[in-house]
Design a protein around this ligand. Structure first.
Ligand code: ATP
Length: 294
């Protein structure tokens, strides 16, 4: 019986792998067949959005029929650092998806430099925003090529400068083949913190006026988190930055903190103003302080 068990188990494994591969291929064809959800308007214009001011004006959004954002208004002046905080599921990431126009708003509008984002081409829109996501996708290529992806036309000098600003130099020097080390799927696996710094380097190269940072929910070790925050501070200079924050300690210095709850802005102000207001932010702040003490 045991003699049969191992080959049968192996056959079962091979069958599952093949079935999985076909399912992936089917999904890929289904994706290729799909017309993109968002299309440029016939009169969409290309106009570089260089200032980086952002406004959400009474934005309403639903996934299917579930209303997620219920009339959100907020403004970010060019060059400001604004943080969005709130409970899990409040709609923070949805705000960013709408800013990037992965979906269109159901009501209200979103403007960059006074232009409704539905009026400009998606190319114009995507050029205006650089995003540092929670989980960065790395290609099966060298580390340098993965960074260059931020702006393929970047020179070697610009890439070196971005690496320095993103606090990646020490890490790269520690690799056996330096920047030529293969990373990604079949290469070296990077930690969450290292991947976010690669995304920061890409964002630096992209030179967009707006930087969106989606803070990782999984906790990074404090050295890694500090390296990211220092890198971000440098990148944020001269840029508008929008930070989706899970750890409130990382956004104390924001010009404005927007508190979202169940799809509505319930409070907005600086860290000190919000603590003095003794509302939801204050509650979240003390809850996080307590859990940090343990
Ligand atoms: P977290 O802090 O946990 O990341 P969040 O505030 O960023 O949460 P969102 O990701 O914006 O919250 O999600 C808001 C709500 O929308 C949640 O209830 C979520 O389940 C729902 N949602 C998110 N994406 C989709 C989707 N693609 N389809 C349907 N519902 C979704």
């Amino acid at each position: 019986m045991m003699q049969l068990f191992i080959p049968l188990n192996f056959l079962g494994f091979v069958y599952r792998e093949i079935r999985g591969a076909f399912a992936n291929i089917e999904r890929m064809f289904a994706l290729l067949d799909k017309t993109p959800l968002i299309q440029d308007a016939s009169d969409a214009y290309d106009k570089p959005l260089t200032q980086g001011s952002v406004s959400f004006e009474n934005v309403v959004f639903s996934y299917d029929s579930r209303e997620i954002l219920k009339g959100v208004s907020l403004t970010v002046e060019a060059g400001q650092k604004v943080a969005i905080v709130g409970d899990s599921g409040a709609g923070k990431s949805t705000l960013v998806k709408l800013l990037f126009r992965f979906y269109d708003v159901v009501g209200g509008r979103i403007c960059i430099d006074g232009h409704d984002i539905r009026d400009v081409s998606q190319n114009t829109l995507r050029q205006a925003i650089a995003i540092v996501p929670q989980d960065t996708v790395l290609f099966n290529d060298t580390l340098i090529e993965n960074i260059r992806y931020g702006r393929p036309s970047a020179t070697d000098e610009e890439i070196s400068a971005a690496i320095q600003m993103a606090h990646l130099s020490q890490f790269i020097e520690s690799l056996p083949e330096g920047g030529a080390t293969k990373v990604g799927e079949r290469g070296l696996k990077l930690s969450g913190g290292e991947k976010q710094r690669v995304a920061i380097a890409r964002a630096i190269l992209k030179k967009s006026p707006i930087l969106v940072f989606d803070e990782a929910t999984s906790s990074l070790d404090s050295r890694s988190e500090q390296a990211i925050l220092t890198a971000l501070k440098e990148v944020a200079k001269g840029h508008t930055s929008l930070v989706i924050a899970h750890r409130l300690s990382t956004v104390i210095d924001a010009d404005k903190i927007i508190v979202l709850s169940k799809g509505k802005v319930v409070e907005a102000g600086s860290h000190n103003e919000l603590l003095a207001a003794n509302g939801l932010y204050c509650k979240l702040w003390y809850a996080q302080q307590e859990s940090a003490d343990f």
